[in-house]
Design a protein around this ligand. Sequence first.
Ligand SMILES: N[C@@H](CCC(=O)N[C@@H](CS)C(=O)NCC(=O)O)C(=O)O
Length: 204
Amino acid sequence: MTNIVLYELAPTRSLKCRWILQEAGLPFESRGNDVAIFGSDELLAVQPLGKLPAAIIDDRPLFESSAIVTAIADLVPEAGLIAPAGTWQRHLHDQWTCFAHAELECWAWTAMLNSRDFLRPVDQHVAAILPQMEAAFGQGAAVIERALDKAEYINGDSFSATDINVAYALYLGAMAGFLADFPNARAYLDRLREREHCTMQATP
Ligand SMILES: N[C@@H](CCC(=O)N[C@@H](CS)C(=O)NCC(=O)O)C(=O)O
């Protein structure tokens, strides 16, 4: 049995990792769940920026939430949570995962850092960038919106690890207030939330 430690704190991206672990039915040890974990020596030994999430899988540290989601899905091929490496569907997993981070999440997250009173003090906020962040996020969200026009899931006919990576980026967009004009994406998040193991809260 694989030994898994997850460094987590409920409202952070560690929710993605808890979600896939629960979908995979794998037991794990939870560490963190306390703000004191950020930047701690223990976390820095696993995640070089001291951020969450991070994991230790059979004594090997792994960081970046989507990398952890992918690695966990690969541990249980029989669960069908991800296509095997080398298949085209796996390339599409990589495509949508990279897209989620590069074309959605970064804009939503930067907007939140510059508009919410957490992580960055209010006097460091640059409100002038917000319209640009919304426009950039909107370009990415429009692509997802079209992809979901006739599909329930982003990569194939059934739920997969790809959905976790994409959904959380959309969810951050919703938290930033950028998802109102994307009904397919909102319905997708609602659909995923019906899953027993989903860790996302209601779409803002
Ligand atoms: N790209 C990283 C982002 C990690 C990240 O920024 N985590 C946030 C919580 S969701 C964090 O730990 N922030 C603390 C900080 O910036 O000091 C991932 O997806 O794992």
